[in-house]
Write a protein that binds this ligand. Structure first.
Ligand SMILES: Cc1cc2nc3c(=O)[nH]c(=O)nc-3n(C[C@H](O)[C@H](O)[C@H](O)COP(=O)(O)O)c2cc1C
Length: 184
């Protein structure tokens, strides 16, 4: 089990779920997440996509027959995301996309698309949430914008009502983390 639940300032009732998309926690992605969490109140659950390495969606259409994913290796992730008030995706850009284990996990949210558009359940998840997309990339270009476009439709079926985004470029050279902290 690689979902870690940490309670940070527990007086807040907010529930934050983080999908962490880097292979190691001590790189730029980990630094960005730690900066973000330092001002984040409530209960925080971090799900490490590389450690979980869930099965990819193979379009088996099981979620067209029942209102959940029929693969059971992500049951705890679905439960956490459904209950979350805030969903944080934090990832390095790999080839202008998400690293493969994170992409696999995101594709597995297809069951919420099926809930909405096959089963007609609206909204597919009851709890509305704020989404936060945090990316890092080696180049100074805003390669994170590609990831933003990818998750926009997904956020809709996850009942995201507000999206916040920060792309941090230039990790191949140097990042001014104080400036990043200000933006957060
Ligand atoms: C497989 C792979 C693909 C990458 N593709 C891109 C890319 O498309 N654009 C970019 O700017 N950086 C790219 N990078 C660089 C990473 O985004 C960058 O090194 C980032 O800081 C890695 O996060 P980390 O420090 O948390 O490991 C790539 C790195 C790897 C390993």
């Amino acid at each position: 089990m690689s979902a870690i639940t940490a309670t940070n300032k527990p007086l807040s009732p907010e529930r934050t779920v983080v999908l962490f998309g880097a292979p190691h926690t001590d790189g730029a992605t980990g630094t960005l997440l730690n900066l973000y969490l330092s001002s984040c109140e409530g209960a925080v659950t971090v799900i490490d996509c590389f450690k979980r390495a869930v099965a990819p969606c193979d379009d088996c259409r099981g979620c067209h027959r029942v209102t959940r994913c029929v693969k059971r290796d992500m049951d705890d992730v679905y439960e956490a995301v459904e209950q979350a008030d805030r969903l944080v995706l934090v990832a390095p850009v790999y080839n202008r996309s998400f690293p493969a284990p994170m992409k696999a996990m995101l594709d597995r949210f297809q069951c919420y698309w099926a809930r909405r558009f096959v089963h007609g359940i609206r909204p597919p998840i009851e709890t509305p949430k704020t989404a936060v997309l945090l990316t890092v990339c080696g180049s100074d270009r805003a390669d994170g914008a590609h990831l933003e476009a990818q998750v926009a439709p997904l956020f809709t079926v996850l009942h995201v009502t507000e999206t916040k985004v920060l792309h941090v470029g230039g990790t191949d050279t140097a990042v001014d983390w104080d400036a990043v902290a200000e933006k957060l």
